[in-house]
Design a protein around this ligand. Structure first.
Ligand SMILES: Cc1cc2nc3c(=O)[nH]c(=O)nc-3n(C[C@H](O)[C@H](O)[C@H](O)COP(=O)(O)O)c2cc1C
Length: 216
């Protein structure tokens, strides 16, 4: 299976749980991954964490655990002891049990920046028993949440509630911009915000036949 088939892309971050090991130390944490130059991957690891420490101290490989289970993401930050591991096929870092797919990688290069390192990965094994599995992306949920807030604006008469919904729509647009450079996704996020602003500015909030709200 190719990395693109798993949903990895050069323009949109795929959110995985990255497991890295060095000697006896094993650590997992959620990380955003981009495709790089067709067949490599890259990520930014911020300076503060254990992942950063293990990589700069010489970890040679890692596993990208592909899952959309929010509890696994939660455990990977707050309850690391509850993650259960099994050996990988080709690298020394282990896999997290219960994920949908695994990408085993060698670490091929580090570039140091002020607050983070940029890490280049060479994938050596992609295993996805279910071929419909896709890496988690923040873009889809952010756009859908923005649409939910937009449709709620219509029924809300309360100015404070409308302001609250507008704030959420702006935040969801920011999430889309942070997690993707894809112009189609960014345009959709812009459009939801534009329509919401128009609806708020308009005194006429009756939906037209398509379910949109018309300007007067
Ligand atoms: C979905 C998600 C994506 C994340 N992406 C990154 C990332 O790309 N780089 C990074 O340094 N931290 C990222 N984080 C934050 C780290 O996972 C978090 O700081 C974690 O506690 C670091 O753990 P560690 O100290 O074990 O390395 C992300 C968090 C989440 C929930």
């Amino acid at each position: 299976m190719k990395l693109e088939d798993l949903g990895f892309s050069e323009s949109t971050y795929g959110e995985v749980i990255l497991t890295v090991s060095l000697g006896d130390a094993v650590n997992s944490a959620p990380m955003g991954i981009l495709l790089h130059g067709g067949c490599r991957l890259r990520l930014k690891v911020y300076r503060t964490g254990k992942t950063y420490e293990l990589i700069v101290e010489g970890a040679e490989d890692c596993v990208l655990n592909v899952t959309s289970d929010p509890l696994l993401f939660y455990n990977a930050i707050f309850k690391k002891d509850e993650l259960s591991y099994c050996p990988a096929e080709l690298v020394s870092s282990p896999r997290i049990r219960g994920c949908d797919a695994y990408v085993e990688c060698f670490i091929r290069g580090l570039t140091h920046h002020e607050s983070y390192i940029s890490v280049l990965l060479e994938p050596v094994l992609v295993e996805a028993p279910d071929r419909t599995v896709r890496v988690y992306s923040r873009v889809g949920p952010a756009i859908i949440e923005a649409l939910i807030s937009y449709t709620r604006l219509s029924s809300s008469k309360e100015p404070r509630e409308r302001e609250r919904l507008m704030r959420k729509i702006r935040i969801f647009r920011e999430i889309v911009y942070h997690s993707s450079r894809n112009p189609a996704f960014r345009e959709v996020a812009d459009d939801v915000l534009r329509r919401s602003e128009r609806m708020l500015a308009s005194r006429n909030t009756s939906p037209d036949k398509k379910g949109y709200y018309v300007d007067v």
